[in-house]
Design a protein around this ligand. Structure first.
Ligand SMILES: Cc1cc2nc3c(=O)[nH]c(=O)nc-3n(C[C@H](O)[C@H](O)[C@H](O)COP(=O)(O)O)c2cc1C
Length: 200
């Protein structure tokens, strides 16, 4: 697919053909592309938990879903044959930026204007999402409820320094329900872009 088309056709897909697994070579390519994401100081402080076995995927949903979900949301999303959880590791960045070429030896988080560890992991997640679209699959990025993060860590033996920034469900798309959020439409360019100066 042309890159333009990947960007234009990209949509979060929340319903999948449960009988069509993601081939291993595609799964590996999704991850390989994630690892090409840019990262501050080339820190690469990310990690990915890949879940394919039905019991592992069931454990993911059991440990992360708790509150009120939109109608049918879980039933549709849990048809995904592959879940890739993207995790960020802040300590890798604090260590990396304490090195001589960066020099923040105090490891003070106040140096960081925004959490680059989460940004970089988000960039990597977007590459997984776009790669899935390019290869004819669908995916959806979903967040984890904050009150479920400890349950998730415990369920999968994830060390405390790793924080799940979200998960990508991946698979071959099936007829889906349109998200009500899409009624908002894309914001017009002149509303979000400021040329030269923000205000007059
Ligand atoms: C940080 C982030 C968190 C999201 N969390 C969820 C989620 O928990 N559940 C869900 O169904 N979609 C989630 N989405 C998908 C958005 O709802 C979706 O991107 C948005 O409605 C626009 O739709 P589109 O991506 O299909 O254009 C999330 C997207 C992002 C970027």
């Amino acid at each position: 697919m042309e890159f333009d088309e990947v960007v234009r056709r990209r949509r979060m897909v929340r319903s999948y053909d449960p009988d069509r697994p993601v081939p291993p070579e595609i799964r590996d390519k999704l991850i390989r592309h994630a690892l090409r994401a840019p990262s501050a100081g080339f820190s690469q402080g990310w990690g990915f938990l890949v879940l394919e076995q039905p019991e592992d995927r069931a454990r993911y949903w059991a440990s992360t879903v708790g509150g009120e979900e939109p109608d049918g949301w879980l039933a549709r999303l849990s048809t995904a044959p592959l879940i890739i959880v993207a995790l960020s590791n802040k300590s890798v960045y604090l260590d990396r930026y304490a090195q001589p070429d960066k020099g923040w030896t105090d490891r003070d988080e106040a140096h960081w204007p925004v959490p680059y560890w989460d940004i970089d992991t988000g960039f990597a997640a977007l590459l997984v999402h776009l790669t899935a679209v390019d290869l004819g699959l669908g995916s959806c990025f979903i967040g984890l409820p904050v009150e479920k993060i400890e349950d998730f860590r415990a369920a999968f033996g994830v060390p405390a320094e790793f924080t799940p920034i979200g998960a990508l469900t991946v698979g071959y798309g099936a007829p889906d329900k349109r998200s009500p959020s899409l009624r908002r439409g894309h914001r017009p360019m002149d509303e979000v872009v400021h040329h030269g100066r923000w205000t007059d």
